[in-house]
Design a protein around this ligand. Sequence first.
Ligand SMILES: Cc1cc2nc3c(=O)[nH]c(=O)nc-3n(C[C@H](O)[C@H](O)[C@H](O)COP(=O)(O)OP(=O)(O)OC[C@H]3O[C@@H](n4cnc5c(N)ncnc54)[C@H](O)[C@@H]3O)c2cc1C
Length: 239
Amino acid sequence: MTPVEQRAPGRWQIGTVLSIKRETPRVKSFRISVPMWIEHLPGQHYEVRLTAPDGYRAQRSYSIASSPLDAGEIELTIDRIEDGEVSPYFDEVVREGDQVELRGPFTSYFVWRGESPALLVGGGSGVVPLMAMLRHRRRTMPELPMRLLHSVRTSDDVIYACELGHDAILTFTREPPAGWSGHTGRLDAPLVQQAARTFSDGVAFVCGSNGFVESAAGLLLEAGFAAIRVRTERFGPSG
Ligand SMILES: Cc1cc2nc3c(=O)[nH]c(=O)nc-3n(C[C@H](O)[C@H](O)[C@H](O)COP(=O)(O)OP(=O)(O)OC[C@H]3O[C@@H](n4cnc5c(N)ncnc54)[C@H](O)[C@@H]3O)c2cc1C
């Protein structure tokens, strides 16, 4: 009998960093070739593991930003958290050609399977899994109604800035760019109602810090979404 090799997501494997793109002063995107790649659903994540020379290990989850059409590779977008163990390592140390240990993709209920219409609500780096949904929809079903509502601090903090088009609504919570006539401040009921117009019979995906997700999910319910149609993913502490 021929042994069957165990494939991802269960098994740790070594990926190679193909390219690195600086998105914002704190955020970089890493294109990584994955030898045991298997097709993911937009919204899924990988686990990444660092091992120090003394054997100490740190493991973190990172959402996939790329479409599953990019066979054999994934893009991870990592926001540098000051004093963090893993994210500053990616920001400062990892270079093109480096090898990284990872496994995935991991299933969760936070996946987009083509449901429509779809409203995506992201705070800061919470936009990462939502970008996989936007990118995949643009390449497979561009006519499908999907809209991104993205909350960022300042104009320097807009991840994927050159890819955000008419299907994205931004709000700047701290400092908007010069001449900005759109929304400023945190998400509020009028903004969410505007974004949810004609979308509230669909599905909503909310991703960001704990506080952002709490507040955005509450506003979506007020805007007419059924609780069962609001899917959330939390990246960590409020911020
Ligand atoms: C399913 C899932 C998907 C994720 N996807 C992404 C992604 O695509 N991109 C990404 O950048 N991150 C993502 N994260 C967060 C990521 O896993 C790490 O938590 C983050 O990179 C911090 O790790 P660290 O080792 O640098 O910091 P740590 O050493 O874990 O923490 C250092 C300090 O920062 C605080 N902290 C930890 N996380 C955050 C945070 N998110 N905001 C503010 N303070 C924090 C901690 O409480 C601690 O005080 C995801 C998390 C989950 C659960």
